[in-house]
Design a protein around this ligand. Structure first.
Ligand code: EPU
Length: 417
């Protein structure tokens, strides 16, 4: 398994660009199965999850070609409407093919994803919404068999929680279903807005994306288009926290600072200097961060996928912080690893109490998931001595060359395969 080796102590300085958002690009790749023809996405990050989604689309009969940050997807007239366990297990986001397959093929066989590194992660809202649109499901030997032989029809769907994946699945299905679909209590993430912009460019009629109620008028007449993926706010946020934890001065370009309002405001509360303009933000780290409490929530709340990185920063704060995690029951799995580096963190249910220490101390740790892996690298940048972040393949799922980019900013960091 790959490992990232960090020698702590250097303050990061300079300018770094971010790529397109993983969590938008993955679903925009799936939009290609709604209509045969040649689709193009630009600003697509070169990360492991994109390769996994490409493998899934190839399994279904699409052809894909990458040129730099562009991805061409050629969708055939006839798809093979199934997602096998080996792909779904490696990337839960595969479940988002369910709605579009039912809408365009009238059937789908998708292995049930089960839980992952972040906990149980049920898909009941995806299924309830698609049932309201006319789909029927049977579970056969761990594979979900879905049928909608008379096509999907529009429906009013209330989500009990603003789930990103359920909103996307239903938006994709609603775009080609017969009639009007409304999603009430929809997720409002910038990636949802980007997906709606992509689908609308293809000829869909989606209104209200980015608000709690999304209205979709289905149409059979979508066309392939070219679409530029929205910048990755999680990569931008990770570099911002990296600047703060090292007391550095970093400008992040190619990002949209308004997508990180809550996170940047919390960084300012730690004493970091935050400047922003169109397409860039600049972070100057405090010598020692102040403690800050935060609660993870759906957008525009504090993003759960920046929680572990922020806790790494707070673990060297001058005081005690309290963090509440509301999205994932297993998000705190990294705490044991961070504690090995000297952090003083106790957890109880979804709360963590972080008693800031003056120093962390480098040692071998294991990345339990994408964001926790990034957090351990950031902790290594601040720690005394050498940190070995093992299981770095988790980090590769969501970050394109994290070590290389940090090195450009002055970190002493290397990767070993
Ligand atoms: N949930 C249910 N039932 C459902 C759907 C979700 O109970 O039918 C629960 C989940 O278990 C979770 C919460 O609702 O506790 C939120 O899940 P959501 O559906 O919003 O998340 P997701 O679509 O599975 C996406 C991102 C995650 C990100 C979350 C929250 C992708 C591929 N993944 O997951 O990204 O944390 O939204 O913003 O878009 C990452 O990039 O590292 C990552 C984990």
């Amino acid at each position: 398994m790959p490992e990232i080796i960090v020698d702590g102590g250097a303050a990061l300085r300079g300018t770094i660009g971010v790529g397109g958002a993983k969590n938008a690009a993955l679903k925009e790749m799936v939009a290609a199965i709604l209509v045969p023809g040649r689709h193009r996405l630009t600003n697509v990050p070169d990360i492991a999850d994109i390769t996994l989604m490409a493998d899934l689309l190839i399994h279904m009969g699409c052809r894909l070609q990458r040129e730099g940050d562009s991805l061409w997807i050629v969708t055939p007239e006839q798809l093979r409407p199934e997602a096998p366990l080996e792909l779904v297990r490696r990337m839960r986001a595969s479940i988002v093919v369910l709605g579009p397959l039912l809408a365009s093929c009238g059937e789908a066989k998708v292995a049930l994803p089960g839980g992952d590194d972040l906990g149980a992660r049920p898909i009941d809202m995806h299924l309830d919404g698609l049932r309201k649109m006319g789909a029927e499901f049977r579970l056969v030997h761990g594979v979900l068999h879905g049928e909608a032989h008379n096509g999907l029809r529009g429906a009013e769907i209330e989500l009990s929680f603003p789930s990103v994946g359920a909103t996307e699945n239903l938006m994709l299905a609603g775009a080609v279903a017969k009639g009007e679909t409304s999603i009430v209590n929809a997720a409002r993430e910038p990636e949802i807005v980007d997906q709606a912009n992509h689908l609308n460019a293809m000829g869909a009629s989606i209104r209200g994306a980015g608000t709690p109620i999304v209205h979709i008028t289905g149409t059979p007449d979508l066309q392939p288009v070219e679409h530029n993926v929205v910048p990755d706010r999680l990569e931008a946020g990770t570099f911002a926290i990296a600047a703060a934890i090292t007391g550095g001065d970093v400008t992040v370009t190619g990002c949209i600072p308004s997508h990180l309002r809550m996170e940047l405001s919390k960084l300012e509360d730690t004493g970091a200097m935050v400047e922003k303009g169109e397409g860039w933000l600049r972070i100057g780290g405090p010598v020692r961060p102040r403690p800050v409490d935060f609660v993870t929530l759906p957008y525009p709340g504090f993003h759960t996928d920046l929680h572990p990185q922020m806790v790494a920063l707070l673990s060297v704060a001058d005081g005690t912080s309290i963090v509440t995690e509301n999205l994932y029951d297993a998000r705190f799995r990294y705490v044991g690893e961070l504690s090995r580096m000297g952090a003083d963190i106790s957890t109880e249910a979804q709360h963590a109490v972080i008693r800031g220490k003056e120093e962390l101390s480098g040692c071998p740790v294991l990345a339990p998931d994408i964001r926790a892996g990034a957090a351990l690298v950031l902790a290594g940048l601040r720690a005394d001595g050498r940190t070995y972040v093992g299981d770095a393949h988790h980090i590769d799922r969501g970050y394109q060359d994290l070590a290389g980019k940090l090195q450009k900013l002055g970190a002493t960091i290397a990767r070993s395969e």
